[in-house]
Design a protein around this ligand. Structure first.
Ligand code: SF4
Length: 150
């Protein structure tokens, strides 16, 4: 895979093109937590975006627990996703983020409401507020509980 990516980057350079925008993602895990700097040094002069993400354990993601069953994170958790993006699925269904847990909070369908309505919906506002006031709604609390930042 790395070979293919390097080939793509060579082609992009050869064509002197700004596209495609290339992002590499580092999924932080116990096994690689000391390699972040090395990863950055390896890609910093090659790609457009270097992204660091936490590993999310999806093994029981189909079981949504009640907030009382899940402790709030000990760290100062912040999620930017619902403040900068919204997801429209292949069939037009709209969700607050691209995380699987976001599928538990359908906002509507693009054939019935427009993006501005979805963005300003009570559900989106409630979810954003729960992040800002650190209470974390049910969906986000389940998401965070399965996140390797814990
Ligand atoms: S479910 Fe909540 S915490 Fe998880 S990515 Fe989506 S908005 Fe962020």
């Amino acid at each position: 895979m790395e070979g293919n990516l390097n080939r793509l980057l060579e082609l992009k350079k050869w064509r002197n093109s700004v596209l495609p925008i290339v992002r590499v993602s580092y999924v932080m895990q116990e096994e690689n937590k000391y390699e972040q700097e090395e990863f950055f040094e390896k890609w910093k002069d090659k790609v457009d975006i270097i992204d660091y993400q936490c590993l999310i354990d999806y093994k029981d993601w189909n079981v949504l627990k009640e907030p009382e069953e899940l402790p709030l994170p000990e760290i100062d958790f912040q999620c930017l996703n619902p403040f900068r993006e919204i997801l429209i699925n292949y069939n037009g269904d709209i969700f607050p983020c691209c995380n699987n847990y976001g599928y538990y909070m359908p906002i509507g369908n693009i054939m019935e409401i427009d993006l501005v309505q979805a963005w300003n919906s009570d559900k989106m506002k409630g979810l954003r507020n729960s992040i800002l006031n650190k209470s974390l709604c049910k969906v986000c609390r389940n998401c965070v509980a399965h996140n390797s930042i814990q």
